[in-house]
Design a protein around this ligand. Structure first.
Ligand SMILES: NC(=O)c1ccc[n+]([C@@H]2O[C@H](COP(=O)([O-])OP(=O)(O)OC[C@H]3O[C@@H](n4cnc5c(N)ncnc54)[C@H](OP(=O)(O)O)[C@@H]3O)[C@@H](O)[C@H]2O)c1
Length: 257
């Protein structure tokens, strides 16, 4: 099993690695022998993770994913240190909740910029470098079931994740001839700063959402390990344009359930 999902020595960039799912992914991949490059803005969090992962191949680079010049520098630095990025985990994301009629335009712009524009820009740059190096690769976009179904009070988040899913499929078709696979994971509810911020602002709504999950609980971070390894490793060699839903059945609730 572990050989089938092997990612040893693979050069993997994880964005949003300072907390939540991204931190978990970076740690899990580094402990499995990948050469991990971790990006986020909070340097002290990345430094703490680097300390935890001493003895693994782990490079922390502080940058804002919405800053194209900074991300180009990150990719240059990563390439010089560990080689061409072979797997991109486009995980950095934010949500700024608010009723659709009241949401500030700046909040809309920030969410779309982070979750969609930055993901597109980094994927484009990683793909460009893989094509130049004539190497195969895998791009895994961390979307959300909010990109598949509606979700109250987070219209820019829903739009960004639906856009990311559409982008995943389109890039998959375009990049397939270059041996670059592009897939998405659509998580349901997982505890993290993003989820907890939403819960603080909308406690009743969050509690109701938890109650409606058919499996009766939120997901554990490690329940995303196998889906991520499947898409990142050669085990998923014939998978591209897929959206792997990991949500305890949440997105399948019928209207009468
Ligand atoms: N938790 C859930 O239930 C859930 C469900 C579905 C999908 N997701 C998706 O999973 C991904 C991770 O979210 P999470 O739940 O783990 O939330 P989180 O704990 O808040 O983590 C978000 C990460 O993104 C980084 N980030 C945000 N803006 C950034 C920017 N401009 N530049 C660089 N890094 C940035 C943050 O780092 P810095 O602040 O240090 O920059 C942080 O490391 C997101 O794409 C989210 O939409 C989460």
């Amino acid at each position: 099993m572990s050989d089938l999902l092997g990612i040893r020595d693979r050069v993997i960039l994880v964005t949003g690695a300072s907390s939540g799912l991204g931190r978990h992914f970076a740690e899990m991949l580094a402990r499995r022998g990948a050469k991990v490059v971790a990006v986020a803005r909070r340097t002290e969090r990345l430094d703490e993770l680097a300390h935890t992962l001493a003895g693994t191949s782990f490079l922390a680079l502080s940058a804002d994913v919405t800053d194209a010049a900074a991300m180009t520098r990150v990719l240059d630095q990563a390439e010089a240190a560990v080689g061409t990025i072979e797997v991109l985990v486009n995980n950095a994301g934010i949500t700024l909740p608010g009723p659709v009629a009241e949401l500030p335009r700046e909040d809309w712009r920030r969410v779309i910029d982070t979750n969609l524009n930055a993901a597109w820009m980094i994927a484009q740059e990683v793909a460009r470098r893989l094509i130049a190096a004539k190497k195969p690769g895998s791009i895994v976009n961390i979307a959300s079931i909010a990109g598949i179904r509606t979700m109250g009070l987070v219209s820019p988040y829903v739009a960004s994740k639906a856009g990311l899913i559409a982008l995943t499929k389109n890039m998959a078709v375009e990049l397939a001839p270059h041996g670059i696979r592009v897939n998405a994971i659509a998580p349901g509810l997982f505890d993290s700063e993003l989820g907890n911020n939403y819960a603080r602002r909308n406690p009743e709504r969050r509690a109701k959402m938890r109650e409606r999950i058919p499996m009766g609980r939120v997901g554990r971070h490690d329940e995303l390990d196998a889906p991520l390894l499947l898409l990142a490793s050669d085990a998923g060699s014939y998978m591209t344009g897929s959206v792997v839903v990991v949500d305890g059945g949440f997105s399948e609730i019928g209207l009468t359930a």
